[in-house]
Design a binder for this molecule. Sequence first.
Ligand SMILES: [Zn+2]
Length: 228
Amino acid sequence: MVIGIDIGHNVTYDTGANGLRFEDELNALVGNELIRKLSATGVTVVNCTPSNAYSLSDSLSRRCNVANNSGCDIFISIHHNAGGGTGAEVLIYPGDSSYDLGNVILNKLLGIGLRNRGVKTRNDLYVLKGTKMPALIIECAFVDSANDMVSYNHISIANAIFEAICNVYGISEAMPSTPSTSNTYTVVKGDTLYGISRRFNTTVASIASKNGIEDVNLIYPGQKLIIK
Ligand SMILES: [Zn+2]
């Protein structure tokens, strides 16, 4: 599967919250560690963070475009909160299928001592509206909360999110990497034929015909596909 990780803010015209720590710094620490851990399992990870932007909306649209053009199966945007609260929350578009993943992530973060503020629906957030795949924003902790910042550990937070993703999508945390030149691929939970076709630089129609798949929306975890 293809996982899009977006490190919130961190470009000109798009800076995050400021408190006891800077949100931009913490987003990058958590996001880069999460990308490193996910990449080591062999799943395809796309870093959706732009290197520059000409405006705030340009920054946000670039993130969506990378995710949409890379065939991401899930889009995860890493943020930190401010404004006087404590704990972690997940934001999703109303009705989005990322709800379950959001709850698993929050329970993992609760396990390392961050209060669970719940999965909240928002219909006004650019990256949730602009991405075509299930998407969520994780507000990991409050940068202006002494409670959250005194014991803050970005490795623990990245690990909690990583474990949640692995649990929900059936990713083995020690899975050897699958070179994209291999001739077969074993489907894992969350895969789509479109995502697989992008990963192997082929087409949905090609994979479907090689494997006798009539309904391209119907593949199942453990199914072995002939790719080339
Ligand atoms: Zn933010």
